[in-house]
Design a protein around this ligand. Structure first.
Ligand SMILES: *Cc1c(COP(=O)(O)O)cnc(C)c1O
Length: 414
């Protein structure tokens, strides 16, 4: 059973709301730190392990600084994400640049910062050579296509995914990059998403370890690091179990001994690019109930909307909901919990059993610490909410102010 506790009481959150009006996302610094330490420890049985946090999951400098202080790098995929990493002092090989359909200027920026470029396509070799030059260290993103019969709601079938090199292209790409002057090589693949079945992440590791051995045998290129990417899931639902991360760490270390050492690739570095697993459970969206509406169904309307959290509308995702002060009240009602967009999919929950809710109640939507605020948008002229950081001493810092109408109108002229 996943723990759906919150890092504040009703009285504490009411005090925070006095200063920072709802809606806002609030992140739990202590829990993030504890989770990162535990994650890194789980993989400490490997010769060298590094986590490159997927910046897109929560692109806030305050969060990136916490992660940097614990030794994490940044996985970037756009100009803005590269600049964000640079501005918080994450540079050089602490940057992994895993992009696709990449503009020349972004390859140049990644090169300027000394980041590791993870190429998405074989044609990008010549594009990179022309626009930024071939670096000494380079990584290839592998798409196993029909070699992996996996399937997943968010990433889908690898054969239908736009990412990566094919099996054959991976060998050709390694040889060509070597001929063009690359000396240090990495291998990456991203084939699961929000997956709480740890054996699937282990499969990615085994697949890449085997591929690294084949590359060495066929081309003579020694892979220096394998990047297992992200995709580890979290228990959004209370009846789901969190990934046993210590067991996963042990299993990957066993696979390393079985596949990497005999191939003569030891010591090989292992990288991860997890976003959701690192911060997902340690943020929540805090909102206030504006209206109750009773028609063919009962609706509860919040001051937050899908501009603040798109996952339920985009993927039909479950996000747990707590009504502050009614944690132990019986769930006697069935509600659709909505925002104010003129889109009927602007619902945080559909037909959810909850205690009786009244206007003014504080409703907390759980697990918004990754792919939450970050996905926000401005449709319908809705403004994105603030982000707060709850520190270990109980203090609260505004780490992103709420958008204003001035922000919204900044790009047009009347
Ligand atoms: C989105 C993404 C990640 C992080 O995914 P999570 O599900 O948050 O772990 C890592 N690497 C790449 C290339 C991505 O696009």
């Amino acid at each position: 059973m996943a723990d759906k506790k919150l890092p504040f009481t009703k009285t504490e959150i009411e005090k925070i709301i006095e200063k920072y009006p709802t809606p806002f996302h609030i992140y739990d610094a202590r829990a993030i730190r504890e989770n990162v330490r535990r994650f890194l420890k789980a993989f400490s049985g490997l010769p060298e392990f590094k986590e490159y946090y997927a910046v897109k999951a929560c692109p806030n400098p305050a969060i990136l600084r916490i992660l940097k202080d614990l030794g994490c790098g940044a996985d970037c995929s756009s100009m803005a994400e590269l600049i964000l990493a640079e501005r918080v002092g994450i540079t050089g090989e602490n940057i992994m640049f895993t992009s696709n359909d990449t503009p020349a200027a972004e390859f140049q920026k990644a090169r300027d910062l000394g980041g590791i470029i993870n190429l998405d396509d074989i044609s990008h070799i010549d594009f990179l050579k022309k626009h930024a030059g071939i670096p000494e260290i380079i990584s290839i993103r592998y798409n196993p296509g029909p070699r992996r019969a996996g399937s997943n709601v968010i990433i889908g079938n690898p054969e239908e995914a736009k990412y990566g090199f094919t099996y054959e292209q991976t060998f050709e790409g390694c040889a060509r990059l070597r001929d063009l002057g690359a000396r240090r090589f990495g291998l990456h693949s991203f084939i699961i998403s929000n997956d709480i079945e740890r054996s699937h992440y282990l499969e990615t590791a085994r697949m890449l370890f085997q591929l690294a051995a084949e590359i060495k045998a066929k081309t003579g290129v020694s892979i220096e690091f394998v990047n297992l990417s992200g995709g580890l899931g979290i228990p959004y639902r209370p009846d789901q179990e969190a990934v046993d991360i210590e067991a996963l760490g042990r299993e990957i270390a066993e696979a390393y001994d079985e596949l990497v050492r005999p191939a003569g690739l030891h010591p090989m570095k292992i990288f991860a690019e997890c976003g959701r697993y690192i911060t997902g459970p340690y943020g929540c969206l805090v909102s206030t109930v504006l209206h109750k509406k009773n028609i063919y169904r009962e609706y509860v309307g919040l001051d937050a909307c899908m501009a603040d959290l798109m996952r339920p509308a985009l993927y039909g995702s479950y996000h747990h909901i707590t009504v502050m002060g009614k944690e132990t009240s019986p769930a006697t009602r069935v509600y659709d919990i909505t925002g104010s967009l003129c889109e009927n999919n602007d619902k945080f929950a559909i037909q959810r059993e909850l205690p009786e809710i009244e206007p003014g109640d504080i409703v907390v939507i759980h697990d918004t610490g990754a792919h939450g605020h970050a996905m926000g948008f401005n449709y319908n002229g809705k403004l994105r909410s603030a982000e707060l950081l709850l520190e270990e001493d109980g203090s609260v810092e505004l780490i992103r102010r709420a958008e204003t109408l001035e922000d919204y109108f900044a790009t047009v002229r009347f």
